[in-house]
Design a protein around this ligand. Structure first.
Ligand code: ADQ
Length: 531
């Protein structure tokens, strides 16, 4: 029987040890788990192979068997990595080298030969785990930048098997890619697949440019079929990933998500008359104090921005303005542009003091990769900025930023999306960005504005959003202000156009299109060989 074997760094579920010694399964957060999890669940002939996230030294032999069985019941084959392997392959080469380099953060990239050795070792471990279970009719779909050597390793053992590889993050420009000391080996690794997928045509072009530069003897035809000097063909194309639109639209209407939404709206002072009168009284008091004391806050600059004119803010018709909610949902990662975004929000409060007391930013930012120093530094920077903005602009009954660092499951996340009058999605670089799409699905057929970075794949599709350069703090500030002021009719009209596309280009459609293309290119390749 032919099966689909998905291979990725992490499995879609993690096991947590419970107090009674058993294990409970938890759905992993992240783009890949969200995109492919439903496909895996729905297809009984689909097996998922990946790192368990558990070190074998953490548990007894008996536990290990239980863990393996629990995963097997979920059609998952776990791979166990030692701490040394995790350090070199995952924290090291994947997250300290490839991740920053591919996101144009080359100054963050470390080129450590020991990490490269461990990356090869762990890719080989994946190959060894897969070899005994692969049938020649299986389709193997390898995911992402962690496993770029795996297609070549499997190809050596299985010359005929159908192999696809998809990159979920950007592919950098040829100049940046070439700075990787092992760029040739990495390209050789992925080019052994039959089909290579990227989110956008720009990433495809960058990849083809790198292949042309590093292998001048290769050629590429207009259909994106690369021919290598040894005669091997690999097809390359763009497959923009989608979301399970109906799932998000439906979940946002669920009881729990609606409760969350109402709770957020309540705490942001939407529709609470006594809250408004409190705010108004406090605003007047602040104005009075400001006029008497002058700019006491001038020692608390938000970077080098001008001082807040609180007297203006307080007299700015507190009762006339409708309260608004801004939301964002991210892993705490330096590519997501959180400090820049916070500065833009702070600048908006500064420049448009009429928002004082009237806009609350719900910032969900869950720490990730905490073993990596740059991530810990980012967390400290975000903590500090949130503290400074809240410290500087808060009134007694209003705090501008509601900052949550816990990981939340889909229902509360949808509640947050649904509550947001504006979603602020401003990554400095992103392969696609699913958050932008999920937000729109949670505003199915209704208003809600999206401020979206021009540096993510989603910007190619969601052209009715407020598109911004995420590095341009002024531009983000202005777009945010406009997005908050937009009429519900216009916001709704923009959304309906974008939602029409998202309803068709779903996650299921993405995987079907990729797998169908893979089937076609593999079949074409085989018939060519037979000729
Ligand atoms: P990610 O970098 O993880 O994905 P993204 O596309 O935004 O980024 O997907 C994140 C997913 O995790 C979303 O489904 C979101 O709802 C969820 N999520 C994020 N933060 C969360 C939080 N704090 N709590 C709960 N859920 C949270 C990678 C690439 C992206 C690409 C995807 C899919 O970096 O560019 O879009 O893969 O290919």
């Amino acid at each position: 029987m032919s099966r689909l074997i998905i291979v990725s760094n992490r499995l879609p579920v993690s096991l947590d040890a419970t107090e009674d010694g058993s294990y409970s399964l938890r759905q992993n957060v992240g783009g890949l788990a969200t995109a492919l999890g439903p496909y895996h669940k729905a297809h009984r002939d689909c097996l998922w192979v990946g790192w368990s996230g558990i070190s074998p030294h953490q548990c007894s032999q008996e536990d290990l068997q239980d863990i393996q069985q629990a995963y097997k019941d979920r059609r998952c084959l776990p791979i166990f990595l030692s701490q040394e392997e995790i350090d070199g392959y995952y924290d090291g080469f994947s997250n300290n080298t490839l991740w920053p380099l591919f996101h144009d953060f080359s100054h963050e990239a470390q080129f450590n030969p020991d990490d490269w050795d461990m990356y090869q070792t762990v890719n080989r471990r994946f190959a060894q785990a897969l070899e005994p279970i692969i049938n020649k009719d299986d389709t193997i779909w390898i995911q992402d930048y962690h496993l770029m050597l795996l297609p070549q390793m499997l190809r050596k053992r299985f010359p005929e098997v159908s192999i696809g590889w998809f990159l979920h993050i950007p592919f950098p420009s040829e100049e940046i890619f070439r700075s990787l000391p092992w760029s040739r080996e990495i390209l050789e690794g992925v080019l052994s697949a039959n089909l290579l997928g990227f989110h956008t045509t720009d990433f495809v072009s960058s990849f083809i440019a790198s292949v042309g530069r590093i292998f001048p003897e290769s050629s590429v035809n207009q259909d994106g079929l690369i021919e290598m000097p040894d005669g091997h063909h690999a097809a390359v194309d763009a497959f923009p990933i989608g979301i399970d639109y109906n799932l998000y639209a439906r979940t946002s209407r669920s009881g729990l998500a609606q409760d969350m939404r109402r709770g957020i709206e309540f705490s942001a002072g939407k529709s609470k008359s006594h809250f408004h009168s409190f705010m108004s009284a406090e605003g007047d008091a602040a104005a009075e104090a400001a006029s008497q004391e002058g700019s006491w806050w001038s020692h608390h600059h938000l970077e080098d921005q001008p001082e807040l004119d609180l007297s203006r803010s307080a007299t700015a018709s507190i009762n006339q303005k409708e309260n608004k909610i801004i939301v964002s949902v991210d892993r705490l990662d330096y590519t997501k542009g959180l400090p820049e975004r916070l500065k833009a929000f702070g600048l908006m409060l500064e420049k448009y003091p009429e928002w004082t007391g009237h806009v609350t930013y719900y910032l969900l930012a869950t720490p990730s990769r905490e073993d990596v120093a740059s991530y810990r530094e980012l967390k400290a920077q975000v903590d500090e900025l949130v503290g400074r903005i809240n410290g500087r602009f808060s009134l007694l009954a209003w705090t501008p930023i509601h900052y949550i660092t816990r990981s939340l499951s889909i229902k509360p996340v949808c509640g947050i999306y649904a509550a947001g009058d504006v979603a602020l999605v401003t990554p400095l670089r992103d392969g696609m960005n699913l958050v932008a799409k999920e937000y729109l699905a949670c505003h199915d057929g209704r208003e809600g504005s999206l401020v979206l970075s021009n540096m993510c794949g989603a910007a190619d599709e969601l052209t009715d959003a407020f598109i911004v350069n995420p590095y341009d703090i002024d531009m983000v500030c202005e777009a945010l202000h406009k997005a908050l002021e937009i009429s519900p009719q216009e916001a709704c009209a923009r959304n309906v156009r974008m939602q029409a596309r998202l309803k068709v280009r779903t996650a299921a459609n993405w995987s079907q299109t990729f797998l169908e293309t893979l089937r076609q290119v593999t079949t074409a390749g085989m018939s060519e060989k037979r000729i």
